[in-house]
Design a protein around this ligand. Sequence first.
Ligand code: PMP
Length: 407
Amino acid sequence: MNKLNIDKIRQDFVILNQKCNSKPLSYLDSGATTLKPKSVVDAVNNYNSIGTANIHRGLYALSEKATNDYENTRLKVQKFLNANLSEEIIFTSGTTGALNMVALGWAQVNLQAGDEIIITEMEHHSNIVPWQMLCQKIGSILKVIPIDNHGDIVYAEFQKLLNSKTKLLSITHTSNALGTINPVKKMIAEAKKYNVVTLVDAAQAVAHNKVDVKDLDCDMLAFSGHKLLAPTGVGVLYGRIKILEQFQPFIGGGDMIDKVSFAGTTYADLPARLEAGTPPIAQVIALGTAIDYILDIGFDAIADYETNLLKYATKELLKIEGLKIIGTAPKKASIISFVLDNIHPHDLAQMLDQVGVACRTGHHCCQPIMNHFNILGTTRVSMAFYNNRIDIDNLINGIKRAKDFLL
Ligand code: PMP
């Protein structure tokens, strides 16, 4: 297996050269958004500086190049996810955009009152609220798989929830607040016994492990570009072609039509049918560059490196008296949430910021998890392959300093 050349990798992330509060930056908030390597920044700049043109409509060289680059990303995403067809890749504004697209474009027209949707207690709000809104509108029913005190789903409860009324299982691959990696493949196989359509929120998975839609056998999957080294503003909805054909477009406009007259409109084929209007062209092109970058490093090396970093950070954090990790499932991504004595997470974050450590505090858009553990919020450290042990040591020293100051 290739080992990571971490020093070389860190040079690709220009942001890491800067000081934060006069201290070297230790960026430990990749769960919120990943840093962008220089090649991705260049891809955006190139489009905006020397490549600007709208796509799909222009018959001049610049427009053709932009169209090719845009569509090339679709092919890269198809390969990246191991999807059967490029038409199965729909560009969205992000994971939130993709999940809402499923709620409005598919579930709203294919589900009926009394039909059941299953999610887990550890979902991000973006995989809760769209279903609550839908249930209010059409009378479907939301069911929630509980989690245990380690932050794992209670599998037996999931099995009990499945029945002939279950129409959709929408679950996170990896929890952004706890780090738990769910047994998604097993859950999908279980759901298939009841012909349930399955949707995976892979927002926290795609930058850390190979995600293969054929292997998972999911019907749909969503992720955000900005959590995969790409810019904000772009995301992906993968859908098995048979499911995407059941979507009713819910945003009408340019690019998604076949013929328009006042007598009526017919729609374009997939994927254009679900991509109305001018898309975020630079961001989509840069998503392709981000995929090239991450594949060049390789997921085996990334997973190996991040697992070691997770072990090191967990070991060092647990040496701090009064620190409790929230989310101790055996299968975890490189995310650690914790509480510390009675120090408010926001106070801790501010003190960490003073020593150049950037991490997230609060409920992480997962208020039901915080209710489960009866806490207001956590401090969350989320690592990526460009982090090193110095970042972790800075974090540990910062926490010790905060403890001395605040307690
Ligand atoms: N799901 C999970 C698991 C996430 O971590 C996030 C982002 N924190 C989202 C969904 C929403 O992603 P976005 O804000 O990029 O749409």
